[in-house]
Design a protein around this ligand. Structure first.
Ligand code: G6P
Length: 367
């Protein structure tokens, strides 16, 4: 990886565009292990643990939340997850037979490290998903899973997020295989889907920029934005809102689409665009009905979907971003790209300091 910005205006932009390469690296490392039927988790016995705990902060926490959906669905492994600042003080009664995963780009986040120590004291096996292999969190773990994203300079995390997701997907597939909850054919199909990511990411990054820039110009005129999604698109909705508020300073919230009628629907009007993240998956139709509820109240919908979803949805949206139709396991990584670029270009239009947003730090080493 270049250590300067190269042809890019900001490190964040450079890091967004590095994702096909970074994901390629991480897959070359981990998928080879799965294909050779080697255990990528030497000190983890996923087959016998009763549950898994996950803790992290910020964007890393949202990656963990997507990981929870995968561990539960594919490996039938119950996951306890919380932000580290809560996890460390909740006195969670965890079984010493369980394992815990801590996700951190820097490997130095104070709350995440404290959560790790809490679990270690209880006797759980500790895994660290980190970018900085020489870090406190890596040192104190029993097993380290590097995300191999290369240096990430922009304060808003982008390539570290998708690489964290790739590692979590591999671990969930590996856990599923060891627990006998998926067939060998299913494992191979999931691995084949993962292997397609670098190519599809490249294709998406080469094609969506003009559309995203147009949309960003409009978004920069608003003061509030709501992001909605279901399933793994729910954490992604929160990540979209987090990215936008961090770097453009536009107030944004991410919500589970099904919770719309339990609160945010009261805010819907023409002044708050609603960004709906909806790959064509098992719950697509449910998300579409939430979108219709927004439109019926005069809300402006920006739909981020795939080719199948764009054909299936008849709704008149303010904008639709159409991605290639991809397998469900890789949708969160592919759908991260427009979400990151939208925040990036909106911030560029607003003229903020994209790589060093006010009041934020790349690594939070104090409580
Ligand atoms: C800060 C950074 C975020 C990051 C979070 C957790 O808030 O600005 O980008 O997601 O810390 O950091 P970590 O290094 O533990 O992933």
């Amino acid at each position: 990886y270049l250590t300067n910005k190269g042809k890019h205006r900001h490190f964040m932009e450079k890091e967004i565009y590095e994702q096909p390469e970074a994901i390629g690296h991480v897959l070359a490392h981990y998928v080879g292990l799965i294909e050779n039927n080697a255990d990528p988790i030497p000190s983890f016995d996923f087959a016998s643990i009763p549950s898994l705990a996950i803790s992290a902060c910020g964007t890393a926490y949202l990656a963990g939340l997507i990981g929870k959906y995968w561990f539960e669905r594919y490996a039938r492994l119950p996951v306890e997850i919380d932000v580290a600042s809560e996890f460390r003080y909740r006195e969670i009664p965890l079984s010493p037979q369980s394992a815990a995963l801590f996700i951190s780009q820097s490997g130095e986040t104070a709350d995440t490290l404290a959560s790790l120590r809490y679990c270690k004291k209880l006797g759980l096996k500790i895994g660290a998903i980190v970018n900085a292999a020489e870090s406190s969190i890596a040192r104190e773990a029993d097993a380290v899973f590097p995300i191999l994203a290369g240096p990430e300079i922009g304060v808003a995390s982008t390539k570290a997020f998708t690489c964290q997701l790739a590692v979590l997907a591999v671990l969930a597939i590996s856990a599923a295989r060891h627990r006998g909850t998926v067939t060998e054919n299913e494992v191979q199909a999931l691995v084949r889907s993962l292997a397609e990511m670098p190519r599809i990411m490249g294709q998406v990054l080469n094609s969506i920029q003009p559309k995203v820039e147009l949309l960003a110009r409009e978004l920069s005129k608003y003061h509030d934005v709501l992001y909605l999604g279901r399933g793994t698109s729910f954490p992604l909705a929160m990540e979209g809102a987090l990215k936008l508020k961090e770097i453009s300073y536009i107030h944004a919230e991410g919500y589970a689409a099904g919770e719309l009628k339990h609160g945010p629907i009261a805010l819907i009007d023409k002044n708050m665009p609603v960004i709906v993240i909806a790959p064509f998956d098992r719950i697509f139709n449910k998300t579409v009905s939430n979108m219709e509820e927004v439109a019926a109240r005069g809300g402006r919908v920006i739909l981020v979907t795939d080719e199948k979803g764009a054909t299936a949805s008849k709704l008149d949206t303010m904008h639709t971003i159409v991605l290639p139709a991809v397998d469900e396991i890789i949708a969160p990584m592919i759908f991260s790209l427009p979400i990151q670029l939208l925040a990036y270009h909106t911030a560029v239009f607003m003229g903020t300091d994209v790589d060093q947003p006010r009041n934020l730090a790349k690594s939070v080493t104090v409580e």
